[in-house]
Write a protein that binds this ligand. Sequence first.
Ligand code: NAD
Ligand code: UGA
Length: 455
Amino acid sequence: EKTRQMKILCIGAGYVGGPTMAVIASQCPDIKVTVVDINPERIARWNSERLPIYEPGLDEVVRSARGRNLFFSTDIEAGIRESDMIFVSVNTPTKMFGTGAGMAADLQYWEKTARQIRECSNTPKIIVEKSTLPVKTAQAMKRIFDAGNHKTRFTVLSNPEFLAEGTAVNDLKHPDRVLIGSDTSPAGIRARESLVDIYARWVDRDRILTTNIWSSELSKLVANAFLAQRISSVNAISALCEKTDADIAEVTRAVGMDSRLGSKFLNASVGFGGSCFKKDILNLVYLCRYYGLNEVADYWEGVIRINEYQKERFVVNMLGNMFHTLSGKRICLLGFAFKAHTGDTRESPGIYIAKRLMEERAKLVVTDPEALENARFELQGVEGDVCYTEDPYAATDGCDAVALMTEWPQYAALDFDRIFRSMAQPAFIFDGRNILDHAKLYTIGFNVFPIGKPA
Ligand code: NAD
Ligand code: UGA
């Protein structure tokens, strides 16, 4: 007799759910993988030729499995009924109301999903927390699942995702580690082993860590907090470099060659963005305060404070160097995505910079190869003069200043002689990512302002 096909469901077809399930489906052709979402447009785009998110290599992975063992659907209830294992990767934004407003995670989407799973299930389910959640969420989940006189058995696992946008497919295919948290009941261990077996199809078993469920939930918050802390540390020092004629690139090179520290993730910038760093640190800070650990909370809050400071410093620096007025000046934001190789603009430093420059009554031209649709969305309703164009030469034409926001490699390769000739004089460049050839720009005639380097 043929063994029954395993069926996986993922609730939430976003930046995490979509790519993660596409990779699982492509690695495990014998498992049926369905991704569902409440947003019908999103699902329609996952089923189309133009996917809802831009990720290098994602089109190929989706195309290889879609319609074979990878399905995108809006029928959440049917998906729940037929599946053995349910990943939940709905969004967990910062709560904007009531207790914990601006700090705590807003768990309403999560709880709704949990209740829906309970209502629609009549066979045992393994529930996998894929979203980033506060520690102890699994406990609340378990109580919701077990409430009432349901006979169905639910086992909750924590399996946080560490992929970074722009490299999601590669990160999923070759993860540094996979983390799975469970309780130690026989059912917990069995559930954990079935998830380990899935990842083990393409990930070395010694890279698959199993821990208790609270360690797993907390490790995700801590990993993001440490990564963001590195950037805030470098950015804080970049301010000191500008005062002392030290060069942040030379400093981080010297520091990063210490093998205990490592050289990655030490690029000074206009500030970190992305949907998660700020939200997850706030979440960590809130947890610490909840448990009365105010010193610990203050320590991590500093990471966010420095990031806000770095963004504001960038604007103040532009203003000061452009004769203390930006009113009526045309400024090109070169890039708007929160990092290169993505169209995502959530929490992008470009948003803050754009708003501040418009407050100063500058006229903005926003350009980005992938993120213009999202840029328009982020800035809709903001009062001021802003237009959008994909062509960087058209965008910089007639500008007084260029502010580089995103480290797209094609921006380093632009013809800056040509750009200089088309700009108003004196022409300014503020390199928020330190990717341009500053000496060359200076020779061309630009006033050049990198981050953390002698001007
Ligand atoms: P996202 O906003 O891109 O996707 C979430 C999706 O869930 C949306 O499409 C939304 O419509 C859907 N959704 C919300 N409520 C639903 C419900 N009740 N039923 C069905 N669908 C529902 O978010 P994301 O970036 O994929 O992040 C998801 C989680 O993963 C977050 O907790 C985040 O912290 C975490 N995470 C994100 C990243 C990243 O790089 N973006 C990386 C690691 C972890
Ligand atoms: C980050 C983590 O790297 C992932 O491991 C994690 O899974 C994810 O958050 C998440 O939980 O959402 P992501 O935000 O996609 O991934 O991208 P990163 O490469 O971490 O960049 C975040 C921000 O920091 C970007 O704005 C980037 O430009 C900035 N950054 C990064 C710097 O300013 N300097 C650096 O050296 C590195």
